[in-house]
Design a protein around this ligand. Structure first.
Ligand code: HEC
Length: 104
């Protein structure tokens, strides 16, 4: 019940033009794939129509740790922020994403 209420508050917040913050913290032993499955896969599926099994379509400008970290930490209108994914966890998540993205 509490969870639902906070999701609802989150939706309202998104409507109000600011990215929501997710309190998700990766477990100590988690690698990139696990973090992705737990925090990201609900929205980002490996359904890239240009490249089956790939998740994102990135360019040479966006296929790097700095861009992915910025997206994860700041979110957007439609994507929550994940400020607790940092350091080696952020690196592992970024490596996983880069391995599963079409880069062109
Ligand atoms: C609630 C749904 C949702 C969740 C959860 C979510 N995202 Fe997103 N994400 C989006 C949407 C929608 C976009 C594209 C539109 C935009 O930029 O707002 C996006 C865009 C991105 C982009 C930019 C892709 C590009 O083509 O430039 C990256 C990278 C990204 N997300 C990574 C992640 C990662 C990593 C996680 C997990 C830590 C995550 N997202 C969790 C909804 C989500």
């Amino acid at each position: 019940m509490r969870h639902r209420a906070s999701n609802f508050a989150c939706s309202i917040f998104i409507v109000l033009l600011t990215a929501c913050s997710k309190s998700y913290t990766p477990p100590a032993e988690a690698g990139g794939e696990q973090i992705f499955q737990e925090a990201c896969a609900e929205c980002h599926k490996a359904e890239n129509k240009d490249a089956p099994g790939m998740i994102f379509n990135l360019s040479h400008k966006t296929a790097n740790l700095a861009y992915i970290t910025e997206r994860v930490h700041n979110g957007s209108l439609l994507m929550p922020r994940f400020p607790a994914i940092t350091d080696t966890k952020m690196q592992a998540l970024s490596d996983y994403i880069l391995k599963h993205s079409l880069i062109q």
